[in-house]
Design a protein around this ligand. Structure first.
Ligand code: DQA
Length: 149
């Protein structure tokens, strides 16, 4: 199976950005660590980060027919982007929404997600572990689906 990990705006600053909220681990480390864990499960994982909404939409379109599942931390676009929601639903690829912080425990404007309703599930608040938990959730979901086919 093939998975795509998508990170949105400002997540390239992980490690430097508000470490009291987002921790001190860099995105590069998160990506390579998850890639190792994916490989151990026989999953090919590609990673993509952009600060541009259109670039994220394009990358999701490009993954049609090429990936089995998407892990997405859309950053602030989670709370604003109908375009990303439409791209994910349009691609028809199962996805898990994830966040390092618990967005429901933060400012009111972070409580709304345009992506959550179409997602398999949402993982939020476990710091860097949110990435692995989301990965395991997606994998378990897809394996169970394969068994019922
Ligand atoms: C975030 C939460 C968002 O509200 C915020 O805009 C981010 C990071 C998280 O991983 O906790 O950029 O997605």
């Amino acid at each position: 199976m093939r998975f795509l990990l998508v990170n949105g705006p400002n997540l390239n600053l992980l490690g430097h950005r508000e470490p009291e909220i987002y921790g001190s681990t860099s995105l590069q480390f998160i990506e390579s660590d998850l890639q190792e864990k994916a490989e151990a499960e026989g999953i090919h994982l590609e990673s993509f980060q952009s600060n541009f909404e259109g670039a994220l939409v394009d990358r999701i379109h490009q993954s049609i027919g090429k990936v089995d599942g998407i892990l997405i931390n859309a950053g602030a676009y989670t709370h604003t982007s109908i375009a990303l929601r439409d791209a994910l639903l349009g691609a028809g690829i199962p996805y898990v929404e994830l966040h390092l912080s618990n967005t429901q425990a933060r400012e009111q404007f972070r409580h709304q997600s345009f992506l959550a309703a179409g997602a398999i599930g949402v993982v939020s608040g476990f710091g860097v572990n949110s990435y692995e938990l989301a990965f395991r959730g997606l994998l378990t979901y897809l394996l169970a689906k394969q068994m019922t086919l």
